[in-house]
Design a protein around this ligand. Structure first.
Ligand SMILES: [Zn+2]
Length: 290
């Protein structure tokens, strides 16, 4: 069975550890359409996609997870967002990336945060991620240890055709996995290679990785690239920019083009559209007044 673009959750029968394996295929291609990412940036983007999906699949409520990196290094910004129903989107902006740049070079001086937005719940939770110069994997293990305080092991792989990863977490309770077992599991997931994910996230791959352990494997959940941008959100952006700025841009080109950084969709506004956008604002205001 083809299980590309999916997450497979599982638990270990003999110890209180749960896990999930993710593979992104079409979603990973779609995310890169229209972008020319330098290989080192693409690598981090693929790892970020897999990690964000792995965190999002564990949400127990309607919401989303956003991983954000920003800094003055070659990787200026990276944003990856995944909802609890596994709609993912993401992009990166970089400058002057040298060939073969290491993770440490890309993110020098960068800040990294994971925001969990629980929609209906009151306030989003933001955890600061202490960046480890070693890798995004090591950085996120810091996050799990410090912000979430759940002992976790993470493995992330990224390639041209697909990316993916595994997250293992100890379940709360009195019984704990033995230190030997926990160390052994870290070693096993670290052997994950990107080519092993060519057929997707498969139960076979899990049995191969954890040959000595009994696993209970749940049904795969599919994941897709989906951008939440919309006509009305873009109109909001224009209103935020202001009427005079928008009209200036309109005067230059005869129309205003707004391209979404995530999905590449361009929405054009001609003079009639621009008048409508700002007329709607007046209407909204009068609604508020009455
Ligand atoms: Zn979009």
């Amino acid at each position: 069975m083809a299980v590309k673009d999916s997450v497979i959750p599982f638990v270990f029968e003999s110890m209180p550890v749960r896990g999930a394996l993710v593979q992104l295929d079409d979603a990973w291609q779609r995310m890169r359409d229209g972008h020319q990412y330098a290989p080192p940036v693409m690598d981090v983007l693929g790892n970020a996609a897999a990690a964000t999906a792995l965190i999002a699949q564990s949400l127990k409520f309607d919401g989303s997870v956003t991983l954000q990196v920003s800094g003055d290094g070659p990787l200026r910004m990276l944003v990856m967002q995944c909802t609890d129903s596994l709609d993912i989107r993401g992009m990166a902006i970089s400058r002057d990336v040298v060939e073969g740049a290491s993770f440490a070079e890309l993110v020098s001086g960068a800040r990294c945060a994971v925001t969990v937005d629980a929609g209906a719940m009151e306030r989003p939770y933001q955890g600061i991620v202490e960046i480890s110069p070693e890798s995004l994997t090591a950085s996120l293990e810091n996050y799990f240890a410090q912000s979430v305080q759940v002992p976790s092991h993470l493995a992330l792989v990224s390639g041209d055709g697909h990316c993916g990863g595994i997250l293992l977490q100890q379940m709360p309770g009195e019984k704990q996995a033995s230190e030997d077992d926990w160390r052994r599991l870290a070693y096993l997931i670290a052997t994950l290679r990107v080519d092993e994910l060519a057929d997707g996230a498969t139960p076979n791959l899990l049995s191969k990785l954890f040959a000595e352990d009994d696993l209970r494997v749940f049904s795969p959940r599919s994941l897709r690239f989906h951008c939440r941008c919309s006509q009305s959100k873009v109109e909001e952006v224009l209103r935020f920019l202001g009427e005079s700025e928008t009209r200036e841009a309109l005067a230059e080109k005869g129309q205003v083009d707004v391209t979404c950084e995530y999905c590449g969709k361009t929405r054009s506004f001609d003079p009639v559209d621009v008048s409508r956008v700002f007329a709607a604002r007046v209407l909204q205001r009068s609604n508020v007044l009455h």
